[in-house]
Design a protein around this ligand. Structure first.
Ligand SMILES: CN1CCN(C(=O)c2ccc(Nc3nc(-c4cccc(NC(=O)c5ccc(C(C)(C)C)cc5)c4)cn4ccnc34)cc2)CC1
Length: 285
């Protein structure tokens, strides 16, 4: 069969170094938005494959360290992880090329579809389970996300939800984002050991996952409302946790609460969380 007929595995044959993409083979299309790093655009790779291209604003990330890590990231492959296809690192700005997710961030999707989603707790639970499967895969590979939240998950066709930007937080140079005292640090998704010692682990990802579940079952509300970061830190230190969302029935809230155990060892693993959520969803039928 001609090469065009073969299904193209996501990262095979991208170029000499598997993770290096030739920019000449990328055709950039409309802007999807801009994030911490600069502009993100939709694109076509080799004329056919839909991709998202993050164009990294100079000075926003430690590029050489990231390019080294990209070799590892391209090997992380799971149906609930946004696949990193590779990078264009020969010129500046560098491009990060991933699979394209047509419905954008989970947070915006929840807010845009609040009415229909609010009535469909089965679908909300299914979205949480999909994120949990992606995170259980990262946990199995001893890979810590460091900024799991609904804003960093993406939605594709047929309500597919995938975890994005795993591990990327390590390469952000803006210390307003990286230090827990900074204005851009994701305080509301951080457990006590991260607030006090910046001690990240898969169990700190589990705490963030509990907050993501709360975001899903409130269809995208801001955790702790308009409380200032200092007030949130004070509450978390005192063991005050987020209230049960109206759309969330008791068994699901019990799972969320376990993610917010003060002591990381007491929190369940993503592997255990996945089993618990799947059995709750089977109880729904
Ligand atoms: C009908 N609706 C119309 C409006 N809409 C869109 O415009 C829309 C459609 C698709 C979109 N898809 C993607 N959008 C993005 C995207 C867009 C803007 C910003 C970002 N995020 C970032 O740039 C970013 C995220 C996290 C981080 C740290 C390191 C802090 C964790 C740093 C930077 C991503 C990335 N993608 C990767 C795969 N698919 C996408 C994004 C938006 C959604 C559909």
């Amino acid at each position: 069969t001609s090469p065009c007929d073969r299904p193209v595995p996501p990262t095979a044959g991208l170029s000499h170094d598997k993770w290096e993409i030739d920019p000449a083979e990328l055709h950039l299309l409309e802007e999807l938005g801009s994030g911490q790093f600069g502009v993100v655009r939709r694109g076509k790779w080799r004329g056919t494959i839909d991709v998202a291209v993050k164009m990294m604003k100079e000075g926003t990330m430690s590029e050489d360290d990231f390019i080294e890590e990209a070799k590892v990231m391209t090997k992380l492959q799971h149906q609930n992880l946004v696949q990193l296809y590779g990078v264009c690192s020969k010129d500046r700005p560098i491009y990060i090329v991933t699979e394209y997710m047509r419905h954008g961030s989970l947070l915006n999707y929840l807010r845009r579809h609040e009415t229909s989603l609010g009535a469909n707790v089965g679908l909300l639970l299914d979205m949480c389970i999909q994120v949990c499967k992606g995170m259980a895969y990262l946990e199995r590979h001893n890979y810590i996300h460091r900024d799991l939240a609904a804003r960093n998950c993406l939605v594709g066709s047929e309500n597919v939800v995938k975890v994005a930007d795993f591990g990327l937080a390590r390469y952000v140079l803006d210390d307003q984002y990286t230090s827990s005292g900074g204005t851009k640090f994701p305080i509301k998704w951080a457990p006590p050991e991260v607030l006090n010692y910046t001690r990240f682990s898969s169990k700190s990802d589990v705490w963030a996952y509990g907050v993501l579940m709360w975001e899903v079952f409130t269809c995208g509300k801001m955790p702790y409302g308009r409380l200032k970061n200092t007030e949130v830190v004070e509450r978390v230190q005192r063991g005050i946790i987020l209230e049960r969302p109206k759309a969330c029935f008791k068994e699901v809230y019990e799972v969320m609460r376990k993610c917010w155990a003060h002591c990381p060892e007491v929190r369940p693993s993503f592997r255990v969380l996945k089993e618990q959520l799947i059995s709750v969803s089977q109880g729904l039928v």
